[in-house]
Every structure is written in C-alpha cells, then in structure tokens.
Design a protein around this ligand. Structure first.
Ligand code: ADP
Length: 302
C-alpha cells in the first residue's frame, strides 16, 4: 500500500505544484491520474520516487517514509518503484536487451556493468520479459530503430525486470496512435495483474482511463478534486476536473449535423439532446465500434 499524506510541493522560483495531497493506493490497484496540463500529475508521481523532492508531507511505502530516506535507502527503495517514462526515455544507441539490462545496474557491480557482463539469470529473465511484451524478435535491435509502441514495451519490460512492486507510469500513450495506445494499456493492465503489483498512470486520454483502470483521481491546480471508481465520467465531473467545455460535440459536428437535419433549423445543439436519442441516431458502424471497445474492456477487467 502507498499512502501519501499532506503532500506539498513548491518549486524553487516556481509555482505551488501540489497542495495538501492525500492519496491511498491499495496493493494491486491500477489508478489513473487525470487533469489539465500543469495540474501537478507528473510532479505527484515524481515525488513518489523523489525525482522531485517534496516540500513537505509523507509518502509511506513498504513501512518507510520515502521523504525521509537517505541516499542509500532511497537507491534500495527505487528498485521497488518502477518508473515508466514517455517512450523516448530509452538509450537510443543501445540494443533492446542492453536497455533492459540497464535497469539492473543497481544490482551488478560497477565493473561488471561497465563491461556489460550481466549475470545469466538476469539475461534469462530479460529474454522471458521481452517475449512476454512481444519483442523477442528485437532483442539485438537498437532502440532508435523501434516504433513508439515498441519503445514503450521496452520501458515496461525494463521496469518489471527491475523487480518493481509499484509502477509509476507517465503518459504511456502520449505519442501513440489509438490502436497502439489500447494495446499498450491492455499490456500494462495484464502485467500488473499477473504480477500482483500496483500502478499509477498519469494519462491524458480520459477514455483510456475509464476503459483500462480501476480508479480515477482528478487533479486540478495541485489538489485532488476527484477520486472515484473508474466509470464513464459525467460531463459535470469532466467540468469539475478540466473546467467548462462542451463535452458532447465539437462545433464542426454541430454545424454538420444541423446542416444535415435541416439547414434552417433553430433546434438546440445535439449536445443538449437526450443521450438515448443520440445513440439512436448513431450509424451502425459507430455503435459497433463502441460495442467492440466495451468487449475488449470487459476482457481486460475479467
Ligand atoms: P502536469 O503533469 O499535470 O502537466 P506538472 O506536475 O508537470 O503538471 O506541473 C505542475 C506545475 O509545476 C506547473 O505549473 C508547472 O509549470 C510547474 N513545474 C513543473 N516542473 C517544474 C520545475 N522543474 N520547475 C518549476 N516549475 C515546474
């Protein structure tokens, strides 16, 4: 279990990024952090492994207050906290295997790691993980030859090889297409469950948070203002977290629909219509797409 108590972060010469953040994450939970840019999501996950030093507060994990660990203790603790950054956080000139094994540098001696002389056991486990994330054909491929999704898979395998009990995942789908994004989210969820570990995912795509995670925490201006089981967020919740917006239809869709229905129509925009009517007016393809998503989601959750 991870317990964050009264966490506060003020950057030197910068803003207050977090204030009075209280958050308990149970073992095995998969939670999303959502909120507008600048809300403090990255700061929060970076405080957990002290890539960012909190100004005050407690972060309790494995019976210790992370904020109070000395350097040696922190190095030990970080092995249990896997950080998966956006896909570009790989060492481009190294192969997939070398990138993976770099997560073990804390465990092997300096000279051994310098000569890249890794223990057989680590290599075997790395190969097993690469197979699990679908990269067994890319073991000796340089990281700069990989696609965005493949790079993200290396990042996931690297964090797992390290033996992490909790994964802190920063915008895992930031530069991925919608299909690859779903594949990556599904893989994360499967692996977290298989290994019975915990994950906190900073994510921009609300629909992915709803589909793949169990709990959604909304941050705004450094404060947690939403914390609920993951369900489809209501427009009120979206407005609470992100501010006022027409969550239903874009202006373009609005104009198009009005033109199609009746060019002279003075009807209210579709966003104000009864949701059931809007579902009725969807094409079969749109309905099939939504059904497909639900199915995949249920497969993941079951
Ligand atoms: P999010 O991840 O939700 O976009 P961040 O945690 O990156 O939000 O940022 C929260 C606030 O802290 C923002 O106002 C941002 O500009 C500021 N901030 C982030 N990192 C730094 C830094 N290293 N120095 C100063 N201010 C920072």
């Amino acid at each position: 279990m991870l317990e964050i108590k009264d966490l506060h972060k003020k950057y030197d010469n910068g803003p207050v990024a977090l204030q009075d953040v209280n958050l308990t994450v149970k073992s095995g939970e998969i939670i999303s952090l959502i909120g507008p840019s600048g809300a403090g999501k990255s700061t929060l996950i970076r405080c957990v492994n002290r890539l960012v030093e909190p100004t005050k507060g407690e972060i309790l994990f494995k019976g210790k207050d992370i904020t109070k660990l000395n350097n040696t203790e922190l190095r030990q603790m970080r092995k249990k906290i896997g950080m998966i950054f956006q896909e570009h956080a790989l060492l481009d000139r190294l192969t997939v295997m070398e990138n993976l094994l770099s997560s073990r540098l804390g465990y092997v001696g300096f000279w051994k790691s310098f000569r890249r002389n890794f223990p057989e056991k680590d290599i075997k486990e790395a190969l097993r993980l690469l197979d699990r994330v679908g990269l067994s054909d890319y073991v000796n491929t340089r990281a700069d030859q990989l696609s965005g999704g493949q790079r993200q898979r290396v990042g996931i395998a690297r964090a797992l090889l390290q033996g992490a009990d909790i994964l802190l995942i920063d915008e895992p789908t930031a530069s991925l297409d919608p299909k690859t994004s779903r594949e990556i989210m599904r893989l994360i969820v499967e692996l977290v469950k298989e290994r019975d570990i915990t994950a906190i995912i900073n994510i921009h795509e609300v629909n992915l948070a709803e589909m793949y995670t169990q709990r959604i925490v909304g941050l705004r201006e450094g404060e947690i203002i939403y914390d609920e089981k993951a369900v489809k967020l209501s427009n009120e919740s979206l407005t609470l977290i992100y501010g006022d917006e027409d969550w239903e239809v874009s202006t373009m869709e609005n104009e198009n629909s009005q033109q199609q229905e009746d060019p002279k129509s003075n009807e209210a925009p579709r966003s104000n219509e009864d949701p059931e009517k809007r579902v009725e007016s969807m094409s079969d393809q749109e309905k099939a797409n939504i059904e497909g998503e639900r199915h995949r989601d249920q497969e993941v959750k079951s």
